[in-house]
Design a protein. Structure first.
Length: 190
């Protein structure tokens, strides 16, 4: 009887001390939710981009500027408007397809993480690690904020554009480190 009780207590203790099949992993689920939300946003963006194919983008941009009460003759907006005149419907469809595929990739990876599929951890580590060298290159390049845009009427999200890139770089490094360090604990049931 005592040995039976001891075995039951030991197995219960093993489950509470990380011996359960699925350990609690709020950070993993947070990463999965972020990936799925980003993927869903990209799918919506892809639909919007596809909807824009065949439209007069330059005219739509000018209407948007008028709607938000910005001067379309400002050098910055004028350059964007001129650039939009060079875009073809084929380019818009290609951008829409690329955005759709990347959004689908993120949703599949996020769903796999949430379901703790072993392949999903490697997919997410690879996807996050892929952008690290690109972000480091962009941070170390000598390009800074443009001085001719300092008279813009609207403030930027960050006072210096590279701060946002630095935050994304740090997040990607943290994701790679977290998933790399905890992959055996989080995915050992496969």
């Amino acid at each position: 009887m005592d040995t039976e009780k001891t075995t039951v207590l030991e197995s219960a203790g093993a489950r509470t001390k990380g011996g359960s099949k699925k350990d609690h992993a709020p950070t993993l689920y947070f990463i999965a939710i972020c990936k799925m939300a980003k993927g869903a946003s990209l799918l919506l963006l892809a639909a919007g981009i596809y909807w824009m194919a065949g439209r007069d983008l330059q005219d739509d941009f000018d209407k948007f500027l008028a709607w938000v009460h910005l001067d379309p003759e400002h050098l910055f907006f004028h350059n964007i408007s001129e650039w939009l005149a060079t875009i073809t419907p084929g380019n818009v469809r290609a951008a829409s397809l690329a955005t759709f595929l990347y959004g689908l990739f993120l949703i599949v990876g996020g769903t796999g993480l949430a379901l703790r599929a072993k392949w999903a951890i490697w997919l997410t580590i690879g996807e996050s690690a892929f952008f690290i060298p690109i972000e480091v290159f962009e941070l170390t390049s000598r390009r800074g904020p443009r001085s001719d845009m300092s008279d813009e009427p609207h403030p930027h999200l960050f006072p210096h554009p590279k701060i946002g890139l630095l935050i994304v770089l740090i997040l990607n490094i943290l994701i790679v480190c977290y998933l790399g360090k905890n992959r055996k604990r989080l995915f050992r049931h496969h």
